[in-house]
Design a protein around this ligand. Structure first.
Ligand code: TNX
Length: 739
């Protein structure tokens, strides 16, 4: 009796201390857990493998190698790979049973997907001298979307073929199947051309790279020659490497804009007297291809080479961010517009796209373009990549285009991934891990037929501020792990908390493979919401369990639930890592004042000025600032109830990271009881220039008023690298603290 009791106790303990449930990302369609374990003796035995799976078997061996698991044994339960055409393409079934592991795919891609799941199971398995112990289970799985992509910009910064392969390995591990290779841009042309050698002789090299952020005041180039490109042999090597992993490579040749490097190499492609150079700063430049016959002849030869190098069905022809300055001043363009009855330069761009598409179609391929190609009438045969939100994709699907969703709010992996001020510099924006996970590639407003046009989605890694391989890995990991689940897992199985629990196992596996993984999601993120009584409820979010905070530099507190800040307070938060060390430096300053929640007339997007939160520019987020052009601003602030006021303080320049230029004149007016505006205080250029600090303060005798008016302007100019001339400065201001 006692023995039986102990035995059953032992069994229970075994169940409790046994390996945790399989943590697979992306989450499979179905996992049925068994009760027992299977031990695969080492070295692992590779069981019967279908003849069609030689390549997959090779991959399996490479994967085992990189996980330091010996194989080549001939005894005991082992691993078998097979194809079963009863399963759908890309689908697989993985079983861990008494005879070992069996992976059966609907096709080779399906087997590859099964291998990726197996790698994750092996990385989590107990490995001892007896062998690899795996929990018994049955997984049946298949992808939600056919297009599961990752993009990489190799123009702004260049990455060699070894890294491109490491990046493709990451796609394979995440069961993704499209690599979008952004090969050309203003800062460098990266694809060899036999017909046009100057594209790389000239276009692949720039004379320097901006130091810091391109929008820093007075940003300078480092003056160091920078560049590189891929030879045809290297391209073929990458394409073959990707193909073995069932990944399609989509090359992008960006036209007619983002073409500085191309025009620097062949100035006759440009419009007008262009002084094009391979750019050393980042931004949107006016260099643009002229829509001449000579340009299209050039493109035809070039795209013929591209079509030969890349066997996939698509060539991406760009089409984004086209500045029409040069087209506005171009006789040829005027004549074309007249001849083809084109109303504006947007239609001229669409005409350019259509003509390029004709070339690409004749080469047996289809085009993809960024959503700006919809600014005029393009044929529905063009596939649209929706990046400025999902609206472009919705419009495109309704017009019968295929669509790939890549909205910047969810999948711009060049944006900051955390709000903590110790995050490394990024371009701007904020796309946290939960934002990626919340992405819904299929907009609810589409009909069933229109939904059929959404092929899938991808994330983009633009590399203006991603100079090294380590940086690139840190920007995509683990955000691409979240995206992989969005693209693979049935929507009803998606759950962020469950994902967060499975994530550490994958992160450990990625680190063991030598990848750099961000820790931003283990830092805190501070959120504040306003209550009816004017107090703030402050919430801390993090994937870390142990969060700490201080208010106004006071005592350290452990976070357990949302807390209240009655009026004003500077909140600082961090987390404690498993090894006990602190991580992160999140800050939010809340201020109470008479204009909080006031109604503002005279400016759009001005709510940020009276929301009680001070902007920071270290993590630069546009919504924190109100931005005004050189014409200045004339704001009326309706306090909603009369209040006694004697000062206005305006936040303008919280740091050095952006062109947060000061206005050059500011005045405050108060509305008197007769309804007239009376000047209360003003500062002129000299007075403003003499100020330091981050805020400008205007004081005046106390008056009880219902409305204030703030007039500010700037007549400053600053040098624009994009336009090669001095341009009027805009200015950004934040909280108007009125007391
Ligand atoms: C916009 S997204 C661009 C890129 C930049 C990116 C930075 C797109 C089609 N064009 O040229 O690198 O923003 O986030």
């Amino acid at each position: 009796m006692l023995r039986i009791f102990l035995l059953s106790l032992g069994l229970v303990t075994a169940l409790i201390v046994g390996p945790a449930r399989a943590a697979v990302i992306p989450a499979p369609v179905s996992i049925q857990h068994g009760n027992g374990f299977t031990v695969l003796p080492l070295p692992l035995q590779l069981l019967g493998v279908d003849a069609a799976l030689v390549s997959e078997q090779q991959l399996l061996q490479q994967y085992l190698n990189s996980a330091d698991i010996a194989f080549g044994g001939a005894a005991g339960p082992g691993i078998g790979l097979a194809i079963d055409q009863a399963l759908t393409a890309s689908a697989y079934r993985l079983e861990v049973g008494g005879t070992g592991v069996s992976i059966v795919g609907g096709d080779q891609a399906g087997v590859l997907h099964g291998l990726q799941t197996l790698r994750q199971l092996l990385a989590q398995a107990d490995i001892s001298e007896q062998g690899v112990q795996l929990a018994q289970l049955v997984i049946t799985d298949q992808p939600r979307f056919g297009y599961r992509g990752m993009h990489l910009d190799v123009s702004r910064h260049f990455f060699d073929v070894d890294f491109i392969k490491r990046y493709i390995d990451l796609l394979a591990l995440h069961k993704m199947n499209v690599f979008h290779w952004h090969l050309t841009d203003d800062q460098g042309w990266r694809l060899e051309s036999k017909a046009f050698p100057r594209l790389t002789d000239v276009g692949a090299w720039r004379s320097g790279t901006v130091v810091g952020h391109t929008h820093d005041a007075g940003a300078m180039s480092d003056g160091r020659r920078y560049g590189g490109y891929y030879s045809w042999d290297e391209v073929r090597e990458v394409v073959a490497y990707a193909a073995q992993r069932h990944i399609m490579v989509v090359p992008e040749i960006d036209v007619p804009g983002h073409a500085s490097a191309m025009i620097a190499a062949y100035p006759e492609l440009g419009c007008g007297e262009s002084q094009a150079k391979v750019q050393t700063h980042f931004g949107v430049f006016p260099e643009i291809l002229c829509p001449s016959d000579a340009t299209f002849t050039f493109l035809e030869t070039l795209l013929t080479e591209v079509a030969e190098l890349f066997p996939g069905p698509y060539i991406h022809i760009g089409g984004d961010e086209v500045r029409k300055d040069r087209w506005e001043d171009c006789d040829l363009c005027d004549a074309l517009m007249k001849a083809h009855a084109l109303e504006d330069h947007g239609e001229l761009q669409a005409w350019f796209v259509n003509r390029t598409e004709t070339i690409v179609n004749a080469l047996g391929k289809r085009i993809i373009g960024w959503d700006e190609i919809l600014d005029g009438e393009v044929r529905p045969s063009a596939t649209v990549m929706s990046w400025r939100g999902q609206e472009g994709g919705i419009r495109a699907a309704r017009a019968g285009h295929d669509v790939i969703m890549t909205p910047l709010q969810h999948v711009y992996f060049d944006f900051y991934q955390g709000s903590s001020v110790d995050e490394p510099m990024a371009i701007h924006g904020l796309t946290r891990l939960p934002d990626v996970y919340a992405f819904q590639p299929v907009p609810a407003e589409l009909s069933a037929k229109e939904r059929g046009h959404i092929l899938g989605a991808q994330a983009n890694l633009w590399t203006e501020y991603v100079p090294t391989e380590t940086d690139a890995e840190r920007m995509v990991l683990p955000r691409m792990s979240a995206l992989a689940e969005v693209l693979w897992t049935p929507v009803e199985k998606r759950n962020f908390e469950a994902f967060a629990q499975r994530l550490p196992a994958l992160e450990a596996q990625l680190r063991a493979l030598g990848y750099e993984v961000a820790d931003s999601h283990y830092k805190p993120h501070i959120k504040a919401s306003e209550n009816d009584d004017g107090s703030f409820t402050v919430t801390l979010e993090s994937l870390a369990q142990d969060m700490r905070y201080r208010i106004d530099g006071g005592a350290e507190q452990r976070y357990s639930a949302p807390f209240t800040v009655a009026k004003s307070g500077a909140v600082n938060a961090w987390t404690i890592q498993p090894d006990g060390s602190p991580l992160g430096d999140a800050r939010l300053t809340l201020v109470d004042h008479a204009a909080r929640g006031a109604t503002i007339h005279g400016a759009k997007h001005a709510a940020a000025l009276v929301d009680g939160r001070l902007a920071t520019d270290r993590i630069f987020r546009y919504p924190e600032w109100a931005s005004f052009g050189p014409e200045g601003v004339d704001l009326v602030i309706d306090l909603l109830r009369p209040a006694a006021v004697s000062s206005v303080s305006i936040g303008w320049q919280a740091g050095v990271h952006r062109k947060l230029f000061r206005p050059t004149a500011v005045s405050v007016l108060l509305k008197n009881s007769q309804g007239e505006w009376q000047l209360a205080a003003e500062l002129d250029r000299e007075a403003i220039a003499a100020l330091d600090g981050h805020r400008i303060e205007l004081n005046f005798p106390t008056a009880t008023v219902g409305e204030l008016r703030i007039v500010a302007a700037s007549d400053q100019l600053h040098w624009s690298e994009e336009q090669s001339k001095d341009v009027p400065s805009t200015f950004k201001i934040d909280e108007l603290v009125i007391r």
